[in-house]
Design a protein around this ligand. Structure first.
Ligand SMILES: Nc1ncnc2c1ncn2[C@@H]1O[C@H](COP(=O)(O)OP(=O)(O)O)[C@@H](O)[C@H]1O
Ligand SMILES: [Mg+2]
Length: 377
């Protein structure tokens, strides 16, 4: 028995969790059923032990998890979604298919995914039996852009370099989706926002922060042709359920009866995200309605917003211009992700030149610490 235990300890690792798991397995050998210390979830034949909660969304919880046995000592994020109806299952399957088709350094990779096999409803019942989907990703433990924007002072959460570097990285990620080949692509993300961008400190990235786009639960074919009023209303209704209101593009609030909407809904959301990163998490139109009252929908459709005093002091014109070009009301005149990326890169180069010329970062902000290459993240 002691040799057996020694072998087990070697296999499971010598911590309380590992020891208990060895005891549970040993118990099984003699017909004893002992409860695991932590909840365990099997996804594609891999077993993951839940460590703690990382975040939550509408119908999902995301937990930090470790594989059993924990040979690689990797941190995983396990997203568990409660599927409550047939249509919802289709949406989750779409999220899985889209993520499997994408392969980009600024897009969260999906490692494993499984939807619980179908269980038949009780005889006579016509209800959908609720089930769970489990998706496993690498865990990013430095939090989201929203966490950073809301836990640091306004206009101080991201330097100009960080903001423009993140803008360029997100444009790269969006371009990958927007140019994905058929049959699945091209696709639009449709829910670009601070909460859906994970950050990781990365010394090799300019500004020191790597940005990773996640949450493809609202992703849709990029081009949508609208030919009549009822179609337009349907698109608005769907967008209301899937695309966060304060980041939602004007053409999804008030869809014309004859038009072709495209992937530039994401570019609008990116503009909102860049603004919100400088404004403690508030998007331009939330900011406008907070100041003047009125409805968010009207504020978005008016296209009018103003930068905070703090942002105007902290960021130079060319940085603000990148967000502004995304916030073009008419999507047919709005730039595409690749155009915004070029603008962000130019702004980065200007910031770099100013820094080398001794101007420091920011607008006229001589007091801001002039850090670029080794800035504190
Ligand atoms: N890979 C990950 N690493 C760390 N935290 C994560 C990861 N994935 C998700 N999260 C956290 O969980 C939250 C919800 O995840 P998300 O995929 O956006 O779910 P939902 O579709 O319900 O919005 C995120 O805002 C983030 O805080
Ligand atoms: Mg989300």
């Amino acid at each position: 028995m002691s040799a057996y235990f020694a072998r087990m300890l070697e296999q499971y690792g010598c911590n309380v969790d590992g020891i208990w798991r060895a005891v549970v397995d040993a118990g099984k050998q003699v017909g004893l059923t002992l409860p695991p210390l932590t909840e365990e979830v099997v996804v594609e034949d891999k077993t993951f032990a839940i460590v703690k909660k990382l975040g939550e969304g509408g119908f999902s919880y995301v937990h930090l998890a470790r594989e059993i046995p924990d040979l690689a000592s990797e941190d995983y994020a396990l997203k568990r979604i409660l599927i409550h109806e047939e249509e919802h299952q289709g949406a989750i399957q779409n999220e899985i298919d889209v993520m499997r088709a994408l392969d980009h350094p600024n897009i969260l990779p999906l490692l494993y995914a499984e939807i619980e096999p179908h269980r038949s409803p009780p005889p006579g019942a016509r209800v959908f039996v609720r089930k769970r989907a489990s998706l496993v990703f690498p865990a990013y433990l430095d939090g989201t852009m929203f966490d950073r924007a809301t836990t640091r002072p306004e206009a101080d959460a991201f330097t100009s370099t960080q903001l423009m570097s993140i803008a360029a990285q997100l444009c790269d990620a969006l371009e990958c989706m927007h140019t994905l080949s058929p049959p699945l692509g091209p696709i639009a993300h449709r829910d670009v926002k601070l909460d859906n961008v994970l950050l990781e400190s990365s010394p090799e990235t300019e500004g020191g922060l790597k940005a990773v786009l996640m949450d493809f639960g609202s992703a849709k074919p990029a081009k949508v042709t609208v030919t009549d009023r009822s179609q337009a209303l349907l698109i608005q209704e769907k967008a209301a359920g899937e695309c966060t209101a304060s980041y939602r593009a004007p053409e999804l609030w008030d869809t014309p009866s004859e038009c072709v909407i495209d992937e530039r809904v994401d570019v609008w959301s990116l503009g909102c995200l860049l603004f919100a990163a400088t404004a403690a998490g508030k998007t331009p139109f939330e900011y406008a309605t907070d100041a003047a009252g009125g409805s968010l929908a009207l504020a978005v459709m008016s296209g009018k917003y103003a930068w905070s005093e703090a942002a105007r002091k902290a960021y130079p014109r060319e940085v603000m211009a990148v967000a502004e070009c995304c916030l073009e009301k008419d999507w047919r005149a709005r730039p595409r992700a690749r155009d915004v990326r070029e603008k962000a890169r130019e702004a980065l180069a200007t910031t770099r030149r100013k820094f080398l010329g001794g101007g420091g970062e920011g607008a006229g902000d001589d007091d801001e610490p002039a850090v670029l290459v080794t800035e504190e993240v």
